[in-house]
Design a protein around this ligand. Structure first.
Ligand code: PLP
Length: 389
């Protein structure tokens, strides 16, 4: 035994992911319906896969430029111009990352000094708190509420701002709630950022998956492009989780700092995945629409079913998560998830794994086949009947 603390305080401060525990159990259960993983059930569209295969076949097996291929960065800049009317220089303001996961981590490390506070909606994506702590920052969770469809509100953010606040980190749409921040609320958050001179890190990995509402990019508000680190990627919209490609768009100053970290720790995103991503951007719009429509169809049926069973659930505006309130069963969210798994072989994730405000909820991902979701509802109903007094 080494007579010293081997592990850094930052690492010790981060709890192991509450989700992993469930995945390990699920893998041992053959009949389980997994609503646990937030991952599209679709295979990456054929023409995108072929672009990756062609890249390998042609022997393009070396590093690309640290920032990613210029072709891909140019295509990303074109997309951001088309979608948001925002102009980014592909050479100095766009970086291709290993998924949005890398983008979140590198963004934090580029702007956070020890003790800086980072405001972020609670519940939120599990990696946010960990990445803030790894960077030496202090997470400041801001509660979100079912009454507002779990969208974070500017007034709550304003109340959490202190002289140490450096960053507002938003998931828009958010995981695990599917919340999409309405335009007027986002505008008020942007004003706060300008007024208090804050950086906004905006994780928009689900930006193409919004339903019956608009997705607004916070960088489009006055004074925001220079202070927004915009993160997006390919995992969710194009069903490309395993390819590991995402991107960052930011001011040349911030992007240069992120490049410094990226080039020393990552070098570059994979070469074949970048070529597949280029194909996705150039020819993947119809695929995105097809999968979007399918998620919408599934989500509508599933959420209606959960409400019918008596688990109050907001209509998700984005992503592919239902976030039912399970307190009517008298079980805690952890007990609910554990017993549902063992009694009925349906896997969901306890809401408290995403922050304190997730207590009393579970996250059920509906990126699963329609008939599986129907069967999951039958099992959940049987389970709820058994537990509701
Ligand atoms: C909100 C959010 N951001 C980022 C990620 C990670 O995305 P990527 O696969 O691009 O790293 C996820 C994955 O679940 C997510 O839900």
């Amino acid at each position: 035994m080494l007579k010293r603390d081997v592990l850094s305080q930052r690492v010790r401060q981060v709890k192991p992911s509450g989700i992993r525990k469930f995945f390990d159990i699920i893998n041992t259960m053959p009949n389980v319906i997994s609503l646990g993983v937030g991952e599209p059930d679709f295979v990456t569209p054929e023409h995108i896969r072929q672009a990756g295969v062609a890249s390998i076949q042609a022997g393009r097996t070396r590093y690309t430029s640290n920032a990613g291929t210029l072709e891909l960065r140019e295509e990303i800049a074109t997309l951001l111009q088309r979608r948001y009317g925002l102009t980014y220089d592909p050479v100095s303001q766009i970086l291709v990352t290993v998924g949005v996961s890398e983008g979140v981590d590198v963004a934090m490390r580029a702007v956070i000094d020890p003790g800086d506070e980072v405001i972020s909606p609670d519940p939120g994506y599990v990696a946010y708190e960990a990445d803030i702590i790894f960077a030496g920052g202090v997470p400041v969770p801001v509660k979100t509420y079912a009454e507002y469809n779990f969208a974070v509100r500017a007034a709550e953010i304003a109340a959490a701002i202190t002289p140490r606040t450096k960053v507002i980190l938003l998931g828009n749409p958010n995981n695990p709630t599917g919340a999409v921040i309405p335009r007027e609320e986002l505008e008020a958050i942007a004003k706060l950022a300008v007024e208090h001179n804050l950086i906004v890190i905006s994780d928009e990995v689900y930006s193409r998956l919004v339903y019956n509402t608009e997705h607004v990019c916070i960088a489009t508000f006055p004074g925001m492009q220079e202070r927004t680190i915009l993160l997006d990627g390919f995992s969710k919209a194009y069903a490309m989780t395993g390819w590991r490609v995402g991107y960052v768009a930011a001011s040349a100053e911030i992007l240069g700092a992120m490049m410094k970290i990226h080039q020393y720790t990552i070098m570059c995103a994979g070469t074949a995945p970048q070529e597949a991503a280029l194909q996705a951007l150039r020819h993947g719009d119809e695929d995105v629409q097809r999968m979007h429509d399918e998620y919408q169809h599934r989500g509508h049926m599933f959420v209606e079913g959960l409400n019918r069973i008596g688990l109050a659930t907001c209509e998700p505006r984005g992503a592919f998560y239902a976030f039912p309130n399970i307190t009517s069963t008298g079980l805690s969210d952890e007990e609910f998830a554990e017993r549902l798994l063992f009694d009925e072989e349906v896997a969901v994730v306890p809401g408290s794994a995403f922050g304190e405000a997730g207590t009393g909820y579970v996250r059920a991902a509906y990126c699963t086949a329609y008939d599986q979701l129907e069967e999951a509802l039958v099992r959940i109903e049987r389970f709820v009947r058994k537990h509701t007094k």
